[in-house]
Design a protein around this ligand. Structure first.
Ligand code: FDA
Length: 309
């Protein structure tokens, strides 16, 4: 891992830096590169524009690691209202949540109850609920939560991270559930004992795991999401998908708002199903630091925003 990436990921865990950044106008300006605005209405408006251009969206409210379990009630209620609003506005929006945002650090069972409530809401409103994957200390519990959700509901999916050495085994264990899986490379600082250190190793693992998922999708055993902006990798996987019989309706591509926008349009124009994940909310600091860590050159954009006042 590069020094810049490692420093940015370390900074992402600083409460002090989070407080400083959220009060600085230049930081708020810089963060707009990756989010249409802090309010839910900003994300809904952006989703409506994306719909007009043929894209679906996935919405997530930023915020992780609550200070107390009672905060999770408000998060649950926020998402319940969001499912209703999405139905009312007839927008092609799915929802993605982080287990820690629903209290996983405080109570696995309360987090499970909240997730099942949201899953039921997704079912009754025709929505879809995704579980993000956080750092490796949460993987076992997140898989356990996903199994509970999947036991009774179809419209639920899970993110898995290609950089984790365990992921091929997790995929094999999940496939009998006919899961929906969003494969991403992985965004956290992890010890080399659990995750690949070299980007090249992660990229190779991504390709292999994605082929397994696409193969399962071709047989109706999985719904595959390729959650990446790596255009070369997507081109290779798209070619292989056709060879192994995974049709366009069996899989799709998800990318983050503000990243590789021209490529999102080109992929959509070429017939791929593309969804854009839009984040909103005031607690953007740790998430924003992870975006900077993915491409430390982004830091220059922040510096330019600061100098411009
Ligand atoms: P890679 O890092 O190789 O980037 C490929 C190219 O994309 C770069 O060369 C650059 O051009 C562009 N790019 C990538 N990141 C950029 C950035 N921040 N700024 C500007 N350009 C950038 N992670 C996780 O651990 N748990 C999760 O639940 C999720 N969920 C998730 C959902 C979706 C829809 C996406 C797209 C990503 C995630 N992630 C995630 C993040 C993921 O793990 C990963 O950190 C990023 O997607 C960056 O990796 P890429 O696959 O894009 O490849």
């Amino acid at each position: 891992m590069s020094i810049a990436r490692s420093l940015l990921l370390k900074a992402s865990r600083s409460q002090w830096l989070a407080r400083q950044a959220s009060e600085r106008a230049f930081a708020k300006k810089a963060v707009r590169k990756f989010m249409p605005g802090e309010e839910l209405s900003d994300a809904l408006d952006a989703s409506a524009s994306l719909k007009a251009d043929g894209f679906g969206a996935v919405l997530t409210q930023l915020g992780e690691s609550l200070t107390g379990i009672s905060e999770a009630d408000a998060v649950r209620d926020h998402y319940l209202a969001l499912f209703d609003e999405v139905k009312r506005r007839e927008l092609p929006i799915q929802v993605s949540v982080k287990p820690t945002q629903l209290g996983l650090d405080h109570s696995l069972e309360e987090c499970r109850t909240h997730l099942l409530t949201l899953t039921e809401k997704a079912r009754t409103t025709g929505g879809f609920l995704w579980l993000d994957m956080e750092d490796s200390s949460y993987v076992d519990r997140t898989l356990d939560l996903y199994r509970s959700m999947r036991a009774n509901y179809d419209r639920v999916g899970l993110a898995l991270q290609a950089y984790l050495r365990r992921t091929p085994a997790d995929v094999a264990a999940l496939l009998p559930l006919k899961p929906s899986i969003r494969l991403v490379k992985g965004a956290y600082a992890e010890p080399v004992s659990v995750a690949f250190e070299a980007k090249r190793e992660t990229d190779l693992a991504y390709f292999d795991i994605a082929l397994t998922l696409l193969g399962a999708s071709a047989k109706g055993q999985c719904y595959t999401i390729l959650g990446t902006h790596d255009i070369g990798l997507l081109a290779r996987l798209t070619a292989r998908a056709a060879e192994i019989g995974a049709k366009d309706g069996d899989w799709e591509i998800h990318m983050l708002y503000g990243i590789r926008t021209a490529d999102q349009r080109a992929l959509s124009a070429a017939g791929r199903k593309v969804r854009v994940l839009i984040s909103y909310g005031r607690k953007w600091f740790p998430w924003y630091m992870r975006r900077l860590a993915e491409r430390p050159a982004n830091v220059w954009f922040v510096v330019r925003s600061a100098l411009a006042g």
